[in-house]
Design a protein around this ligand. Structure first.
Ligand code: SAH
Length: 225
């Protein structure tokens, strides 16, 4: 790995590098096979994406609170979503909806040329923006979400749209921001409770839905509610 390309790997301790390596082995044991994903997650200092008080738990395979009722996603889920995203070749750009801590966006930025991410909670948006700058991620554009529209239509279309919050229904309003041949990966509520990860593929004007594993994300907020 070229250290000059990753200034953020310099200057943090051996202890966190060891904990991170242990987390990566755990993800492998859990069935994450894509080396690109494992290597990317081994480069991103997750402890920099949580409150200082939470640092000692940063490399546990769990979601952690980040304030404002939100969470940084569980590493296994980040690995799973990122593997899915790469499964059909390498997208040139990606839109993440729900920046949260910024961790998932940083993992994407290790793998993809252009990462766009939007967050509706202003202090989280501001903190993520600062983290990306401090860690030297120049290929992430982070924006504060608009109240009236989901996503970032001005910057699309996107090869992949990754929604990291749980939608009540499939957010079809995002279809027009998907590139032809592109995909959307989104947790959607299922009748009877819980959520499933859903993948939608666009071919021209047709959109094919596939339901995958059960997941658990904080809610996607749509409109002014
Ligand atoms: N990807 C994040 C975890 C996301 S938690 C990480 O790696 O840390 C889900 C986030 O989605 C929350 O921060 C929440 O505020 C945000 N969110 C919910 N609805 C949204 C919307 N409509 N637009 C943008 N962000 C939204």
């Amino acid at each position: 790995m070229a250290l000059d390309k990753h200034p953020h790997v310099l200057g943090f301790g051996m202890a966190s590098a060891r904990s991170r390596a242990r987390l990566i082995s755990r993800l492998e044991q859990l069935g994450i096979q894509d080396d690109r994903v494992l290597e990317a997650m081994n480069r991103v200092p997750r402890h920099m994406f949580v409150d200082e008080a939470m640092t000692s738990r940063a490399y546990d395979d769990t979601a952690l609170p980040i304030g404002y009722g939100q969470t940084i996603s569980q590493p296994y889920i980040v690995a799973q979503m990122t593997s899915l995203l790469l499964a059909d070749g390498e997208p040139a750009n990606v839109l993440e909806i729900g920046t949260g801590s910024g961790y998932q966006a940083a993992v994407l930025a290790e793998l993809i040329d252009a990462v766009y991410t939007v967050e509706r909670v202003k202090p989280l948006y501001e903190l993520a923006r600062r983290r990306f700058a401090e860690l030297g991620y120049r290929n992430i554009r982070v924006r504060e979400a608009r109240e009236d529209i989901l996503g970032l239509p001005a910057y699309g279309p996107f090869d992949v749209i990754l929604v990291t919050a749980g939608a009540e229904q499939l957010p079809t309003s995002l279809y027009e921001q998907m590139a032809d041949g592109g995909r959307m990966i989104v947790p959607v509520a299922v009748p009877g409770g819980g959520q499933r990860l859903v993948v939608v593929r666009r071919q021209g004007s047709s959109f094919a839905r596939e339901d995958l594993d059960p997941v658990s994300f904080v809610p996607l907020i749509e409109g002014n509610d």
